[in-house]
Design a protein around this ligand. Structure first.
Ligand code: WTA
Length: 641
């Protein structure tokens, strides 16, 4: 298998880019031809950003699993599709060939059907990073059910909200998950999430940690027993459901500037083609190479670059259950050495955390198999970039700094490994088909440069196949969030710079969304959780620079009647509340108790000031003249000192 649409030179990139802008339909149909379709599309694209109404490959029929599995069987059936590295390096790893993966997916698709799952039903998947997670995702896609994977670090309450929002009737989970030294009781979290739930009919529980779990008669069934029934019937195949190009493939919840996470919806054909195209071009994947993306499948990066991108390209993808620092900080390097990994794709926060352990963990690890390195999730600082380049890539591997979002389905701005130029801490150029524009607050394109650099809010002018289609159950929310700020444009929520070469550098969110260790967290979401704690009157949450996490969470809290008078304990109580409501990933790093918050006369919290104080820039707070009560600021400043 080779990839006719893999760009091979900077000149070719330029001409492909031109073509993609001048004739998007011709460009994308030329790529779509290389996939398996049950029926070809009638129209390549039809869209407006007003409603928005976006369709790609209209009239086309397909199933993404035939593209990810069946079409590889004839020539690559015995090639490894998934290499699974367990949390504990002493445990035996597993390799699933394309043939084996296809068989398991078909069998689990039977299990789903036997349990009543039908096309269009929502299936919530809450599992650790084991092959059965990828199998569940693909089995849903096989029968046309819509999967919604929830990351294992979310609390019962978060799952309950997502189950309700998606009106999910089915759950696939595990008894527990291993992550480093921890044992996470997934099924018991699901049990808590299901208290009072009336829509979920079946919970399929896969065994991993074999911690004791409660199994409710009529509702909970074991994965292994269900699979055995299918195997005993000798079933190894199931016909793939014929899907419309625009049928939903999955829902993935992500944080925005409002309190409630949004269910981003991606559809079958456009998402598949964009995940595949970006995978092949950004990483310059060559048949036979081993691709290791360290993300969790609970995030979009795992969806697109562990599962759908690599498998649709017939690649070998590494699925790692554990964490980079367990049993020691050399774990990534052990994995690279063990499987001769060629492409390593990780987050700046992981690099910064590993830098902190020095060079010892790299000693004696053979990293010579590496060809390409990648980063995603947050801006990468130059120091981390150079460390990655020198000590991991040994200065011979191009680093791709890939900018994208849950909503974009795949990478939008990045250098193409070894093909287009790299520039440390710059994501560089847009992929073909992607037309960025920087606008000012009014939505006018910024054209004026300062020292050769333009700065503005990052928008995209026209759709690419992987763009979100809606937010589940609430299309209006999709419109107001992404398409109403600047009419006619998709607004990313990020700020960016553009240099004279047309290279982009993403500077971070311009809305109230934080990026903590590469995870998106809405400040309003954290505030809502803090406010649920008895005794909290009001709170305001902002981000501040954090050496390892990129951003840390700083919470200002007005608290009444300090229980027992122990501030430290109250802080811990609040952290516990946030852990219950959202999950440990949203715990504030710092909590400052205050008696008031800086507000304007109209009652709006002036976050700009709170941000400055959290950053320690006490002498430079800017204009405070519109404040209702300027004394509040002095009090907060003094409390900080
Ligand atoms: C940020 C993750 C700078 C950005 C794929 C975006 C980045 C948000 C980069 C999306 C990058 C992602 N450089 N910032 N290379 N990649 N971001 O939805 O703020 O979890 O809006 O998708 O992460 O996060 P999400």
């Amino acid at each position: 298998m080779s990839y006719p649409y893999q760009i091979k030179s900077f000149d070719e990139y330029k001409s492909e880019y031109q073509k993609s802008v001048a004739d998007p339909a011709g460009f994308w149909s030329g790529i779509a031809e290389h996939f398996s379709w049950r029926k070809k599309w009638a129209e390549v694209s039809e869209w407006n950003f007003t409603e928005p109404d976006i369709k790609w490959f209209k009239g086309g029929k397909l199933n993404i699993t035939e593209n990810c599995l069946d079409r590889h069987l004839e020539y690559n059936g015995n090639k490894p599709a998934i290499i699974w590295e367990p949390n504990d390096p002493e445990e035996h790893h597993r390799v699933l060939t394309y043939k084996k993966l296809h068989e398991k997916v078909c069998q689990f698709a039977h299990v789903l059907k036997n349990n009543g799952v039908k096309k269009g039903d929502r299936v919530c998947i809450y599992m650790g990073m084991i092959p059965e997670l990828a199998i569940s995702v693909l089995a849903c896609a096989r029968i046309g059910a819509i999967h919604s994977v929830v990351f294992g670090g979310f609390s019962a309450q978060s799952i309950a909200d997502r189950l309700y929002d998606a009106q999910a009737e089915f759950i696939v989970t595990c008894d527990g998950a291993y992550r480093g030294a921890k044992d996470i009781p997934l099924k018991s979290v699901i049990d808590d999430a299901l208290i009072g739930n009336r829509t979920v009919k079946k919970v399929i529980v896969c065994t991993r940690t074999r911690t004791p779990v409660s199994m409710l008669k009529g509702r909970d069934v074991w994965w292994e027993e269900e699979m055995k029934q299918v195997e005993e019937k000798g079933l190894t195949f199931i016909e793939a459901e014929e899907m419309d190009a625009e049928d939903p493939l999955f829902i993935l919840y992500t944080s925005g500037s409002t309190g409630k996470p949004k269910g981003v919806v991606h559809t079958c054909a456009g998402y598949m083609i964009y995940a595949n195209y970006s995978f092949i071009n950004v990483f310059q994947y060559k048949p036979g190479q081993i691709h290791f993306c360290t993300a969790d499948i609970g995030w979009i990066t795992g969806h697109s670059y562990i599962v759908y991108g690599p498998l649709s390209a017939g690649a070998t993808t590494v699925l790692f259950e554990g964490v980079p620092t367990w049993p020691d900080a050399g774990r990534f390097w052990d994995i690279v050495d063990k499987y001769k990994v060629n492409i390593l794709y990780t987050a700046p926060t992981a690099i910064r955390s590993l830098m902190g352990f020095g060079l010892d963990p790299l000693q004696g690890k053979d990293l010579s198999s590496l060809n390409v390195l990648g980063t995603v999730g947050e801006p990468i600082n130059e120091e981390a970039w150079h460390w990655y380049d020198e000590h991991v890539g040994k200065k011979k591997c191009p680093i791709v700094d890939t900018w994208w979002q849950t909503e974009t389905g795949g990478v939008l701005i990045s250098n193409l490994a070894g093909i287009t130029p790299a520039k440390p801490s710059w994501a560089t150029l847009p992929l073909p088909g992607v037309q960025p524009v920087l606008v000012d607050e009014k939505g006018d394109e910024v054209t004026e440069a300062t020292d050769g650099v333009i700065s503005g809010n990052l928008c995209i002018k026209a759709p690419w196949p992987g763009i979100l289609r809606t937010t589940y159950g609430d299309h209006e929310r999709c419109r107001t969030n992404y398409f109403a700020t600047y009419p006619g444009l998709y607004f990313t929520g990020d700020g960016a710079l553009k240099d004279a070469d047309g290279f982009y550098r993403i500077t971070g969110r311009v809305d109230d969304v934080l990026n903590v260790s590469g995870h998106r967290i809405g400040t309003a979401e954290v505030e809502n959780a803090i406010n649920m704690h008895a005794g909290v009157v009001e709170s305001a949450v902002v981000g501040y620079p954090h050496d390892i996490k990129g951003q840390g969470i700083y919470a200002y809290v007005i608290y009444q009647g300090m229980h027992g008078g122990d501030t430290e304990l109250t802080r811990k109580d609040i952290l516990q509340t946030v852990t219950r409501i959202i999950g440990p990933i949203a715990k504030p790093d710092k909590i400052q108790f205050v008696s008031g918050l800086p507000k304007t006369r109209s009652g709006k919290i002036m976050r700009r000031i709170l941000r400055k104080i959290a950053e320690g820039e006490l002498s430079n707070l800017g204009d405070t003249s519109t404040l209702l009560d300027p004394a509040v600021v002095d009090e907060i400043k003094n409390g900080k000192l």
